[in-house]
Ligand binder design. Structure first.
Ligand code: PGA
Length: 246
């Protein structure tokens, strides 16, 4: 794993955007794996700014998001489809209808949707660069502690710590979804490259466990140590005090 240490959230966002822009310029039909949550918002903002200023084109880019809440449709402002449209897709020249994929959280047969999504990724040749955040409990996507490293796209019951962490985006606690569809850990591990973004003191412990702990299903992100091409961009607050043994 390669670690790039940056000053703060702004610099992490800038560096991450530069990383993605370079990939898109070198491979215009790249398949990007997208993440949501608080961490990548700044990176998406920088991608939009770059598109407006420098014209980096996403016409041939395809995107596959990690996950989606069950029970929310794309018009719901807390769905990840809405998040992606608002933060990125509506502001760049990507073919939103044909080339952006997110699991559907609003259909009846979730298991069928999981199979379809996994298949869709494979049919398009897999993800080239997967962007990831990390949960305080080590989750990647919505793969909570205890998820099998062999898992493919599946339905998950969210850990109560994740529900708590997500509550800040919802007006009432009862509105916070308790289930989601997520790419599995083996789905994530099949991507050719991984870009992991880590910012803030609250992620310090998670980064410490990732870098210095053992590889265990109790800490899903630990599997990333087995991936041949991982770049971590972490800010000072996330790295503070860490002795890194990798
Ligand atoms: P966050 O979430 O970016 O909102 O901290 C990261 C994650 O849970 O994967």
């Amino acid at each position: 794993m390669k670690i790039i240490e940056v000053k703060d959230y702004m610099e992490m966002s800038q560096k991450a955007a530069e990383y993605i822009i370079e990939k898109v310029c070198n491979q215009p039909n790249i398949k990007l794996g997208m993440a949501t949550g608080g961490t990548p918002v700044g990176m998406y903002k920088k991608l939009v700014e770059d598109h407006q200023k420098n014209g980096t084109s996403y016409k041939k880019v395809m995107t596959f998001n990690l996950d989606e809440y069950i029970g929310l449709n794309g018009d719901n402002k807390n769905s990840y489809r809405y998040y992606m449209n608002e933060n990125l897709f509506n502001h760049i020249d990507i073919d939103k209808k044909r080339n952006t994929f997110i699991p559907r959280g609003d259909i009846k047969d979730y298991n069928e949707e999981c199979l379809r999504y996994e298949d869709l990724i494979d049919k398009h040749g897999g993800v080239d660069v997967q962007i990831l955040g990390i949960g305080n409990n080590g989750h990647i996507g919505f793969n909570e502690p205890g998820t099998s490293f062999q898992s493919v796209t599946h339905v998950v019951n969210l850990a109560s710590s994740t529900i708590q962490a997500n509550a800040r985006f919802f007006e009432r606690m009862e509105e916070v979804p308790t289930q989601a569809i997520t790419m599995g850990i083996s789905t994530i591990m099949r991507s050719k490259e991984i870009l992991l973004l880590v910012s803030g003191e609250s992620k310090n412990q998670a980064l410490h466990s990732l870098l210095n702990g053992e590889i265990t299903e109790s800490f899903p992100a630990s599997i990333l140590k087995n991936h041949p091409c991982v770049t971590i961009i972490a800010d000072k607050a996330a790295i503070a005090g860490l002795k890194i043994h990798i």
